[in-house]
Design a protein around this ligand. Sequence first.
Ligand code: GDP
Length: 459
Amino acid sequence: MKSRIPPGTVETETIAAVATPPGRGGVGIVRISGPLVQNVARALIKAVLNPRYAMYCDFLAEDNSVIDQGIVLYFPAPHSFTGEDVLELQGHGGPVVLEMLLTRVTGLGARIARPGEFSERAFLNNKLDLSQAEAIADLIDSASQQAAKSAVKSLQGEFSKKIQSINENITALRMHVEAAIDFPEEEIDFLSDEKISDGVQVIGESLTAVLQQASKGVLLREGITLVLAGRPNAGKSSLMNLLSGKDAAIVTHIAGTTRDLINEYINLDGVPLKLVDTAGIRAVENEVEEQGVRRALAEIEYADGVLLLIDLNEYRDWSAGITDLLEELPDNDKVIIILNKVDLIDEMPDVPVDFPYPVIPLSAKLGTGHDELLSRIKQIFALDLSGEGSFIARTRHIDALNRALNHLRQGKEQLSTHHAGELLAEELRLSHESLGEITGDFSSDDLLGRIFSSFCIGK
Ligand code: GDP
């Protein structure tokens, strides 16, 4: 496999890190990768390494005293995670003993690895593409079983394969278009060439399909933020507690107690739902509370959706009473109106015909309407993740897919308005490049740096 490391790059340093989480555990692992692995092993275990063979031995200090005893595993290049010589020392999982082992290894010429540096090397040595490397971090960070399953699919290359297959179609089409440009004497009419129009059509359809799947993958990874808004005492904290199943927010009958924002995460069919309880939206005299209200409005701006709570007990005609509240809301089509405290009224409230938002009567106190609210949230956000097809994805993948699709559309437009094959060829090239950002074939060092530095140490 071809390395992504630019030719002429100086020889890589040997890196080392504790790969198991901090704290105490039965086993603690120090991972080492790079050209000095064999030298480190020679000094540390004084035995000949046997590739991919678990060997029990002493880990020795410089004065030959024993630091720890454990298993050593050796994976010679290129058949290792990083593609370099890799040594794994599986000792006991105590912070002090692992630190002593790591210090010994660095004393033998290795340096401490940066976060994500092992994965970065795996990427640079072409053992994984960028979206697969990201899937490792996403698997480790998975907040639900669905997210974990989808991350494994991406890690196995399911997402990359789709991108590669679209890229192959783009390349084939580019070759056809560019060949036509190069031989103008053959007078190809780009517009009526079905091979071109069909090609553009097929690529567009595949891009749209991947975009849809990837959007679900993003939901699994990044979740949905829902803001609980409404006047003080409408029951926001009570609803938060009902949804999260614990007493996260302080419930009180004194208006304006939720002065700060409180976040809770719940798992809705595998999608992390972040609930933000806000201070009541109303005119306020008190400065602390005013800040809370301002922050509530700011949160609404950034949220994916809003649950606007109305205390039914407060109004004779709730819909007439909340016109000012509706005005406070930014343009957001993901608003659900919750008519709370239905347990206190005798008749079910009416909903005016053509009311612009979904309305759910509920009792945060008794739990009535809870299931209906959850299914409405799933419906609004199209949270149908039941299909096995989803893979994990990130916002940056969605951006790249959208850009690829836009270039394709622009190319098509250029072709129909200007009949210009050159402009189509250029847009196809840009579309290809955008997709290459997903797999890392066209990525700036800056982007790579940002991605890998967000990984944990030892990964
Ligand atoms: P917030 O200011 O919007 O966060 O409102 P709270 O959740 O603190 O609730 C204010 C008061 O209304 C508390 O005394 C709650 O017990 C009460 N409350 C909230 N929801 C309901 C409900 O569905 N039914 C009844 N009867 N009382 C409720």
